[in-house]
Design a protein around this ligand. Structure first.
Ligand code: GLC
Length: 565
């Protein structure tokens, strides 16, 4: 029998299939490619694979625009390939978590095609259709996540439809019970096929205030902020509880559910993840990955303040300490690579990749590793707009270049740093021209540093980022204190040291990292308390005890006994 809350000691690995491994040479990763690389995942020690969307899709947003929830996109393979992958994962003791994208469909989904066919269509109300304002303008002022308004006018029927993301991603109307029933049926179909859970895409956006009121206007774009009217909207908890009843109840307890929830607060997250409420097991929150965003969002960056980052994590640790559960992540397919973003991918590449990994993985929650993160993969050197593929980056670039006074080169420089494409370059398996990802022409260029930064080069090297992730993941499984031990942040305002403890009865771990490019002196009090403690993990050669100084991006984990309290 699997433990009911088995995911509390698990580590999840995210596969973005398009960029993981290409088995047929068309330059796009596929399901057989994933299957061929399972040894890598087993050796890493992870427990769950989260597979980004592999469903039929026109790929306006790389599969997050689904045109058939129950078919595999031919780019990725067939249902048979999928079943084989599930069987193989299970044979090796791994679980599979699917991506569930049900805030919206593709505009090529038959549901939307039918809905758009006429004002009287039986599925008209499955999406958000509204009349133009008397002057022909859009029904409200909301701006979309991918630039421009959320409304698209359908000339044929004379009404606008709502899309929070691209105009090829119309939002489903969850107010309509038929929509909800159809989604639940589809989810049951995948569970019956053997999948072990879902990561639910922007699931806190599914309940909208049906009045769709205007949002506060942004002075630069002129668009309004709709978030207060669709972020954790009026019926969200009701919908998630209904989903739980209709889909998950009375099934094997070994399932896992994760809600991706941009803008979620700690108070809301407690509600979403309180086991007694039966909504989701954990949420993905975005506070820590927003701290280097400037006033204009992800493409206007500001320097990270380490104290703010530590404070943010500590707040989440504390808020979900007695009820609920955190997801812990640096990277996914939407975020620039962490070693480039918060670390130093030049002089201190190994040290900062391993330090950041350690500081994250030893907190309370379920750690996520995004493909290539376990190799210390870095951001890409995008130097031309043609290097980019991501709709969010391209839409922003085009919209900004069209209105701004900035030169296209300057806009490109900003977009390149914040682009989701940084996470989407092919996984670097070896130093061959296609990086071992493909024998063909990759859909997005391989990062040139694959010549030295690749899995083959790290395999067998004890002092590699890969070896470090294996150790961290093993520690997560072996050290019970990491699951439930109390979290305490030390030196909260120190701008360079990130230090915390995890405490259970009789034992305590100290995680101490220097998040700067120079040596840092360890405060005497801390040193006094921990000087005799044994090192459990350290990324500097020869470290056996805590001493007066930590080198650039050095991290050390120490253990000691504490009196029973
Ligand atoms: C989520 C996905 C992102 C996608 C968006 C719309 O944030 O992670 O990749 O573009 O939702 O589906």
């Amino acid at each position: 029998m699997t433990e009911p809350e088995w995911w509390k000691t698990a580590v999840v690995y995210q596969v973005y299939p398009r960029s993981f491994a290409d088995s047929d040479g068309d330059g796009i990763g596929d399901l057989r490619g994933v299957r061929q690389k399972l040894d890598h995942l087993v050796d890493l020690g992870i427990d769950v694979v989260w597979l980004s969307p592999i469903y039929a899709s026109p790929h306006d947003d790389n599969g997050y625009d689904i045109s058939d929830y129950q078919a595999i996109d031919p780019l990725f393979g067939t249902l048979e390939d999928f079943d084989e992958l599930v069987a193989e994962l299970h044979r090796r003791g791994l679980k599979l978590m699917m991506d569930l994208v049900v805030n919206h469909t593709s505009d090529e989904h038959p549901w939307f095609v039918e809905s758009a066919s006429s004002r009287d269509s039986a599925k008209r109300d499955w999406y958000w259709w509204r009349d133009p304002k008397p002057d022909g303008a859009a029904p409200n002022n909301w701006g979309s996540f991918f630039s421009g308004p959320v409304w698209e006018l359908d000339e044929r029927t004379g009404q606008y439809y709502l899309h929070l993301f691209s105009k090829k991603q119309p939002d489903l109307n969850w107010e309509n019970p038929e929509v909800r029933a159809a989604v639940y049926e589809m989810m049951r179909w995948w569970l019956d096929r053997g999948v072990d859970g879902f990561r639910m895409d922007v699931i806190n956006f599914i309940s909208k205030d049906p009045a769709l009121p205007d949002g506060v206007q942004d002075p630069v774009s002129g668009l309004g902020d709709g978030f207060p009217h669709f972020g954790s909207g009026p019926r969200i908890h009701e919908f998630l509880q209904e989903m739980h009843r209709e889909v998950f109840e009375n099934r094997d307890a070994a399932l896992v559910t994760v809600g991706e929830m941009p803008g979620v607060t700690t108070e809301q997250a407690r509600l979403y993840t309180d086991p007694a409420r039966r909504e989701v097991d954990m949420v993905f929150q975005f506070e820590h990955v927003g701290l280097d965003h400037g006033p204009g969002g992800k493409f206007t960056r500001r320097a990270l303040d380490l104290a703010e980052l530590k404070h943010s994590f500590a707040r989440w640790q504390e808020a979900l300490a007695d009820v609920g559960w955190n997801s812990l992540y640096w990277n996914n397919h939407d975020q620039p690579r962490v070693v480039s973003r918060f670390g130093n991918d030049r002089e201190h590449w190994y040290e900062s990749a391993t330090a950041l990994a350690t500081l994250l993985h030893l907190m309370r929650g379920t750690p996520y590793v995004y493909q290539g993160e376990e190799l210390g993969m870095t951001n890409a050197p995008f130097s031309a707009v043609d290097d980019l593929r991501d709709i969010e980056s391209l839409n922003y670039y085009n919209a900004t270049v069209a209105v701004d006074e900035e030169t296209p080169i300057d806009v490109l420089a900003r977009v390149a740093v914040g682009s989701r494409d940084n996470a989407r370059t092919p996984v670097q398996w070896d130093d061959s021209p296609g990086a071992g990802f493909t024998d063909g022409r990759p859909w997005i260029a391989v990062n040139p540093n694959a010549s030295w930064l690749n899995a083959r080069a790290q395999e067998g090297d004890d002092r590699s980022v890969l070896a470090w992730y294996r150790r961290l993941i093993a520690l997560r499984h072996e050290e019970p204190l990491l699951r439930d031990g109390r979290f305490e942040l030390l030196l909260p305002s120190d701008p360079r040291l990130w230090v915390y403890t995890r405490t259970a009865e009789r034992r305590q771990l100290l995680v101490a990292g220097n998040c700067s490019d120079g040596p840092v002196t360890v405060p005497e009090d801390l040193l006094g308390e921990w000087a005799d403690a044994a090192v459990v993990l350290a990324n500097a050669p020869g470290r056996e005890r805590l001493t007066a100084s930590l080198g650039p991006w050095e991290v050390a984990v120490l253990e000691r006994s504490v009196p029973v309290t």
